[in-house]
Design a protein around this ligand. Structure first.
Ligand SMILES: NC(=O)C1=CN([C@@H]2O[C@H](COP(=O)(O)OP(=O)(O)OC[C@H]3O[C@@H](n4cnc5c(N)ncnc54)[C@H](O)[C@@H]3O)[C@@H](O)[C@H]2O)C=CC1
Ligand SMILES: O=C(O)[C@H]1O[C@H](OP(=O)(O)OP(=O)(O)OC[C@H]2O[C@@H](n3ccc(=O)[nH]c3=O)[C@H](O)[C@@H]2O)[C@H](O)[C@@H](O)[C@@H]1O
Length: 416
C-alpha cells in the first residue's frame, strides 16, 4: 500500500526475493507509469528491479489500496504519515487504508506497518481494520538514494508483534536477507524507529555545533572528525558538517518524538536543542553568503549548486538548500540554482541546465548539496563566469588549494 520511496522499494525488493506482489497507490498517473516500468523517483537500482519484477510476472501495480489487498496474505502499509499541526505524526491515511483493506484481505492475513507512526499506533491500525487480524510493526530504516541496497542489506530487521506466530511469518518473508532480527512488542518497535532517526539528527547537529566551535577557535572540523571517527564507539558516519539535516523524515520524526515525549510527561530538552541547532545552522549559512557578498545580497546574483536535501536523491522535501535559498531571496538576492535532478524552474529562483550557467554574473556561489560532480568542475571557468570570486561551500567539496589557485575567496562550515 503506497508506491513511494518505501512502498515501491518494498514491493520491488519483495518481488526480487521471490514473492508475488501487488502494489496499490491512489495516484493513477504513478500507477500507469509503473505498470510500464517507469519509476517516478530517482533511486539507484530500483528501475531495474521493477522491470525484472514486471517481466517475471511477480509484480503488479493497481490503483488504490483496496484492490491491492484482495485475497492477500500480507499487507505492507507504506503510506505517508505527515507532520500534523502539533508536531505529531498524522495517522489519518494509515487509518483510512487500514479500513479500506481490512474487509478485502485473505483469511489469517497479517498487516505489516512500515509507515513511521506514533507509539501505540499498531493498536490503532488493529481497530481500524474492522476485523480481527494480526498487525505487526516493521519499521523501515532505508535511506533515500540507497533504498534498494538498504532494503536488501539492512543493518537490522525490527519486528514488533504481540502474536509470536505472526512475527515468525513476517520474519520468514525476509528469507535471503542476512541481518540481525530484533523481535519485540509493538510500542518498543515503534520507539526504536523514532530513537534511531532522532539519534542520527543528534549526531549531525552535534557535528555542526562542533564545526561552529572550530570556526570560533581556528580549528579544522574535517580533521577533528577524522580524529574522532577512528574511535569505534563514535565511528565516522554522520559526522559530515553541512547546512543542517533535512529530508522527508528526520525533521518530522524529531518533531514527532518531542511531541510523543511531551504527551507522556517528559520534556525532551536534548532533542529540542538538536532541532534548534539545525535551524540555526541554516541561518548561519545565509549569514555567510551575505558576508561573502560584502554585507548585502540585495540586487545581487547568487549561484546555488544543489537543491535536494542530500546527494543521490531527487527529493526536495524539507531540503536545507531550499531554506537557505528562500532566505537569500527574501534578503533581495536573485538566485540561479543548478541540481543534476532538476531542470524545471522552482518558485522564487531560476534553475540552470548546467552548473557553469548557474554562475553567470554571480557575486557568490553557495554549494548546498554534496553531489560528487561538484568536486570535478573547472574552477577557472566558474571564476570567469562570476562577477566576484566568492564561494561558500557548506559541504566541503571544493579543495581549498584549488579554489585559491583559481583566485577564489573560499569559506565553508567549520574551517578556520
Ligand atoms: N522516505 C524514506 O526514506 C522513509 C520513509 N519512511 C516512512 O514511510 C512512510 C512513507 O514514506 P515515503 O515512502 O517517503 O512516502 P511517499 O510520499 O514517497 O509515498 C507515499 C505513497 O503513498 C501513496 N498514497 C497516499 N495515500 C494513499 C492511499 N490512501 N492508498 C494508497 N496509496 C496512498 C502516495 O500516492 C505515495 O505514492 C512514512 O511514514 C515515512 O515516515 C520510513 C523510512 C524511510
Ligand atoms: O526514516 C527515514 O526516512 C530515513 O531517514 C534517514 O534517511 P534519509 O532521510 O534518506 O537521509 P540521511 O542519509 O539520513 O540524511 C539526512 C540528512 O542529514 C544530512 N547529513 C547526513 C549525514 C552527515 O554526516 N551530515 C549531514 O549533514 C543529509 O545531508 C540530509 O540532509 C535515515 O538515515 C534512515 O535510516 C531512515 O530510514
Amino acid at each position: 500500500m503506497g508506491a513511494g520511496y518505501v512502498g515501491l522499494t518494498t514491493a520491488a525488493c519483495l518481488a526480487h526475493l521471490g514473492h508475488d506482489v501487488t502494489c496499490g497507490d491512489v495516484d493513477e498517473q504513478r500507477v500507469a507509469a509503473l505498470a510500464d516500468g517507469v519509476i517516478p523517483i530517482h533511486e539507484e537500482g530500483l528501475q531495474e528491479l521493477v522491470r525484472a519484477g514486471l517481466d517475471a510476472g511477480r509484480l503488479r501495480f493497481v490503483v488504490g489500496a483496496g484492490p491491492a489487498a484482495d485475497g492477500a496474505a500480507f499487507a505492507f502499509l507504506c503510506v505517508p504519515t505527515p507532520q500534523g499541526q502539533d508536531g505529531s505524526a498524522d495517522m489519518r491515511i494509515v487509518q483510512e487504508v487500514a479500513a479500506e483493506i481490512g474487509p478485502r484481505l485473505g483469511q489469517d492475513a497479517i498487516v505489516v506497518n512500515k509507515s513511521t507512526v506514533p507509539v501505540g499506533s499498531t493498536r490503532v491500525v488493529e481497530r481500524s481494520l474492522g476485523r480481527r487480524l494480526a498487525v505487526v510493526s516493521n519499521p523501515e530504516f532505508l535511506r533515500e538514494g540507497s533504498a534498494v541496497h538498504d532494503f536488501l542489506h539492512p543493518s537490522r530487521i525490527v519486528i514488533g508483534a504481540d502474536d509470536q506466530a505472526a512475527a515468525i511469518r513476517v520474519v520468514d518473508l525476509f528469507d535471503g536477507v542476512g541481518a540481525p532480527v530484533v523481535v519485540t512488542d509493538p510500542p518498543t518497535a515503534e520507539t526504536i524507529k523514532y530513537a534511531s532517526n532522532a539519534f542520527l539528527a543528534t549526531k549531525v547537529s552535534f557535528v555542526n555545533a562542533i564545526a561552529n566551535v572550530c570556526e570560533a577557535v581556528g580549528a579544522n572540523v574535517r580533521e577533528v572528525t577524522l580524529g574522532m571517527g577512528y574511535d569505534r564507539r563514535i565511528n565516522s558516519e554522520f559526522l559530515r558538517p553541512g547546512p543542517g539535516w533535512g529530508g522527508s523524515c528526520l525533521p518530522k520524526d524529531s518533531a514527532a518524538l518531542v511531541r510523543i515525549a511531551e504527551d507522556a510527561g517528559y520534556d525532551f530538552r536534548l532533542l529540542k536543542g538538536v532541532i534548534e541547532v539545525n535551524a540555526q545552522q541554516q541561518e548561519r549559512v545565509v549569514a555567510k553568503v551575505i558576508r561573502a557578498a560584502g554585507g548585502s545580497v540585495r540586487k545581487k546574483r547568487v549561484a546555488a549548486w544543489g537543491l535536494t536535501f542530500k546527494a543521490g536523491t531527487d527529493d526536495l522535501r524539507e531540503s536545507p538548500a531550499l531554506v537557505v535559498i528562500d532566505r537569500l531571496v527574501d534578503a533581495g538576492a536573485t538566485v540561479t540554482a543548478y541540481d543534476p535532478t532538476r531542470k524545471e524552474p522552482l518558485p522564487g529562483m531560476a534553475v540552470a541546465a548546467d552548473p557553469y550557467d548557474a554562475c553567470e554574473d554571480a557575486a557568490v556561489l553557495v554549494v548546498l548539496t554534496e553531489w560528487d560532480e561538484f568536486r570535478w568542475l573547472d574552477l577557472a571557468i566558474v571564476r570567469n563566469r562570476m562577477a566576484t570570486p566568492h564561494i561558500v561551500d557548506t559541504r566541503g567539496l571544493i579543495e581549498p588549494a584549488a579554489a585559491r589557485r583559481a583566485g577564489f575567496a573560499l569559506s565553508g562550515v567549520g574551517l578556520p
